[in-house]
Design a protein around this ligand. Structure first.
Ligand SMILES: [Zn+2]
Length: 382
């Protein structure tokens, strides 16, 4: 019976004595563990620095206040490099550092505070043999509203311009809470890797196709799954479709018209979809294409002299990223009309967002889900 009661108090504590007093029950307790982990570096050590007595209020027993007298310890960190020389033992299951009530008593107080408020909560708590002041309850309620952010699980990593075209850093976002977590000074794989190491628990890393982030993520969070992020996923998907369709533009267009004629039961096919073509517009497109070709030729020239994309950028007025992309692709991108992408992807954007929120983060899987619906959609836009 006593044994059962003792183990109920906390898995981290041994009860060495129970002292029933007139108005309360005092439990004298010692931590069970012989070693403790340094909160700074995480290394385990058994080198006790000193002992002290800590009084912690706990849940009541038989209508009586319970107080734990805890033989608390300070440890020396075993790592001479660690900035934390001495630390107090952590008992996460039982009580927060410096707290004067156990975690479970704190939960009860908070529930009371939320239910009936500060002063009434204080009166009720006294009746229930877990006294607490109204001010403390209010403080707990306020603190609960601003609870520290949970460790991120799904993060997005992308580059970010400190000064456009000149200096780039890295932005890291919590994709589940839509919150910026950090801005890193550069786009270095080492910087990303060390940031990830400082933030364990990340399961999914969404990034673009840049090799730097892939490498940084692999080293910093080897267990995390790397995925193409939502934006890049849509972009890649749109690009792939456009390329695939582009090769068969004529055939697809003809098939589409025939289908529409059939569906409308009309021998006269619906009026041809308007395609913006005018000599003037064509001329503009051509000249922009030429400009891009010239620009690419210049980039290549500079590259052959041994310059890095970062050095080429200020000389061409292009972003480092674009230069890297062009070089990787082996040429300047074909000019595209911007609406094509949104028209193509719009109907799926909402669905994909939804699936993402539901937890489906596998690009191939998402692709297989929307694929069967693509055809019918194409006929409508062609
Ligand atoms: Zn340490």
């Amino acid at each position: 019976m006593l044994h059962a009661f003792r183990s109920l108090v906390s898995p981290e504590l041994s009860i060495v004595q129970i002292l029933p007093q007139a108005d309360k029950v005092v439990l004298v307790a010692r931590p069970k563990a012989t070693k403790s982990c340094c909160p700074s570096c995480g290394c385990r050590t058994g080198r006790v620095h000193s002992h002290y007595m800590r009084r912690v209020a706990d849940l009541p027993w038989q209508g009586r206040v319970v107080e734990i007298r805890l033989h608390a310890r300070r440890f020396r960190c075993a790592d001479p490099q660690c900035r934390q020389r001495i630390f107090t033992e952590r008992l996460p299951e039982t009580v927060q550092p410096r707290a004067r009530r156990t975690a479970r008593l704190g939960e009860s107080h908070l529930a009371i505070g939320f239910a009936v408020g500060g002063e009434s909560g204080s009166r009720l708590s006294r009746k229930l043999a877990m006294p607490v002041s109204g001010d403390t309850l209010l403080r707990m309620i306020r603190a609960a509203g601003f609870e520290p952010p949970a460790a991120p699980r799904v993060v997005g990593i992308d580059d970010w311009a400190w000064r456009k075209g000149q200096r780039y850093g890295t932005i890291i976002c919590d994709l589940e809470r839509n919150r910026v977590l950090d801005l890193l000074p550069d786009r270095n794989a080492n910087t990303v890797a060390s940031w990830l190491k400082r933030h364990p628990g990340i399961e999914v890393i969404a990034r673009d196709r840049a090799g730097v982030y892939a490498d940084g993520a692999r080293r910093g969070a080897p267990d995390a799954t790397q995925v193409a992020d939502r934006w890049h996923l849509l972009q890649n998907l749109g690009e792939a479709l456009r390329l695939a369709l582009g090769r068969h533009r004529k055939a697809v267009s003809a098939a589409g018209k025939a289908m529409m004629a059939k569906m409308s039961g009309d021998d006269d096919a619906n009026p041809e979809p308007s395609v913006e073509t005018s000599p003037k517009l064509d001329g503009l497109r051509r000249s922009r294409r030429n400009q891009r070709s010239e620009l690419y030729a210049e980039v290549l020239d500079l590259r052959t002299t041994g310059m890095s994309p970062r050095q080429i950028a200020p000389r061409t007025g292009m972003s480092v990223r674009t230069i890297e992309r062009w070089l990787a692709a082996g040429g300047e991108p074909e000019h595209r009309r911007p609406p094509a992408r949104s028209v193509l992807m719009d109907p799926f954007q909402e669905y994909l967002e939804e699936r993402w929120q539901e937890g489906q983060r596998n690009g191939l899987h998402l692709w297989s889900e929307i694929k069967p619906h693509l055809n019918s959609h194409f006929w409508k836009i062609l």
